[in-house]
Design a protein around this ligand. Structure first.
Ligand SMILES: [Mg+2]
Length: 204
C-alpha cells in the first residue's frame, strides 16, 4: 500500500490537552461534557475573552520559567502513543506542527519541552500560525481545526479532521477507540485512493 511522503501532526487538540489545561485554570472542566456544537474557539465556548485566558494561563505566572512550565505540564491525551505509531506507519516521515495559541514567546519553549518529553526530540517541529504553508501533494495533515484542514487541502495536501467535541467530527469523539477507529478508516480510504491512482498511472 502506498504511503504519504510526510504526515504533519497538530499538537493542541490532537496530542496535547491544551483545552483541558485552560478549562482547569478556570475550574470549567465540566464544559467538555456540554461543549456548544460547532464552536471551535475555546474563548467563545467559555464566554471569556482570549486576553483573559492569556493573562490567567501565561502572563500572570510569577516568572518566565513558570509560564514555560504551564505549557510543558499540559497533559498528553491517552492515545498519543497509538496515534503517533499509526501515523508513522502511514508516512515516510512525520512532522509536528503547532500554531502559537496564546502568543507569548514562552509558548515556543514550553511546547518544545512538551514534545521532547512526550513524543521524542527526533521528529522535526514547525511553529506556524498557518499550517497550509506546509501543504503539498502527498503530504497529510491531521488537525482538530476544520479551517486548518480545509486550507491544507486547498493548497494541495490531504487532511484528516481529528474528532473532538469542538468540531464537526464530534460524533466520533466519544472515547479513544472511536477516535482511533475514525483515523484508521480515513487513513485506509486515503491510502487506498493513492494506491489506486498509482496503479492507474502505472498502467498507462
Ligand atoms: Mg489543534
Amino acid at each position: 500500500m502506498s504511503r504519504f511522503e510526510r504526515v504533519v501532526i497538530d499538537l493542541d487538540g490532537v496530542l496535547c490537552d491544551f483545552v483541558g489545561g485552560v478549562l482547569a485554570e478556570f475550574d470549567r472542566e465540566s464544559l467538555l461534557g456540554h461543549w456548544p456544537a460547532g464552536v471551535y474557539c475555546i474563548a467563545e465556548a467559555m464566554g471569556v475573552p482570549i486576553s483573559e485566558i492569556v493573562d490567567r494561563c501565561v502572563r500572570k505566572r510569577t516568572s518566565r520559567a513558570a509560564a514555560i512550565n504551564w505549557f510543558r505540564e499540559l497533559d498528553p491525551y491517552p492515545w498519543v502513543e497509538q496515534l503517533v505509531a499509526m501515523l508513522g506507519d502511514a508516512g515516510r516521515g512525520l512532522c509536528f506542527a503547532t500554531a502559537p495559541r496564546l502568543g507569548p514567546v514562552e509558548e515556543y519553549a514550553g511546547k518544545k519541552a512538551w514534545i521532547n518529553r512526550h513524543v521524542g526530540a527526533e521528529v522535526p517541529i514547525s511553529f506556524v500560525k498557518d499550517k497550509s504553508i506546509l501543504a503539498r501533494a502527498h503530504w497529510l495533515l491531521i488537525d482538530d481545526s476544520p479551517e486548518e484542514c480545509a486550507a491544507f487541502e486547498r493548497h494541495g495536501g490531504k487532511a484528516i479532521l481529528f474528532p473532538q467535541p469542538w468540531n464537526s467530527n464530534a460524533g466520533e469523539a466519544s472515547n479513544q477507540a472511536t477516535r482511533i477507529a475514525y483515523v484508521r478508516r480515513e487513513l485506509d480510504r486515503l491510502l487506498a485512493y493513492r494506491s489506486g491512482r498509482r496503479h492507474l498511472a502505472g498502467a498507462v
